[in-house]
Design a protein around this ligand. Structure first.
Ligand code: HEC
Length: 115
């Protein structure tokens, strides 16, 4: 009886959990994109090229370039969480949950030039 039960559990995992997980990932990247378009596009532009609102000094960062993309997830997450002092880049920690910031960061990574 026991091996059959084990096989049943494995099948249940394959049939139910795996499709769920891939759907969750797809949902997260769509969510990050939607949040980016809602909160960040106005300044950073639709593709993150820093061509949204172009009249700030210092200017809005181009998120596609290696200067930004070479930073670690922690550094970029911190910039989004806390903002960048003395620039138009605001603090998002009261607006977005940590989970939402991570979803946006995944989207920002997908904007990298050549990806
Ligand atoms: C009001 C305009 C504005 C909005 C809205 C805005 N940003 Fe920014 N952002 C800026 C500016 C200006 C800079 C450049 C700061 C500097 O000179 O270091 C910047 C820089 C950045 C950087 C680079 C930080 C670093 O470590 O160098 C990231 C990443 C970033 N923004 C992500 C976001 C995300 C994600 C959102 C949406 C949640 C967002 N920004 C919304 C204006 C904005």
């Amino acid at each position: 009886m026991k091996p059959i039960l084990g096989l049943f559990i494995v099948l249940a995992v394959v049939v139910f959990l795996l499709p769920d997980r891939s759907l969750a990932e797809e949902g997260d990247s769509n969510k990050g994109r939607a949040l980016y378009l809602k909160h960040c596009e106005i300044c950073h532009g639709p593709e993150g090229k820093g061509d949204g609102y172009t009249h700030f000094n210092p200017p809005v960062a181009d998120l596609t370039v290696s200067r930004i993309q070479n930073k670690t997830d922690e550094e970029l997450g911190e910039s989004i969480h806390m903002g960048v002092a003395n620039t138009a880049m605001g603090m998002w920690r009261f607006v977005l949950s940590d989970e939402e910031i991570i979803a946006i960061l995944v989207h920002v990574r997908s904007l990298a030039a050549g990806s």
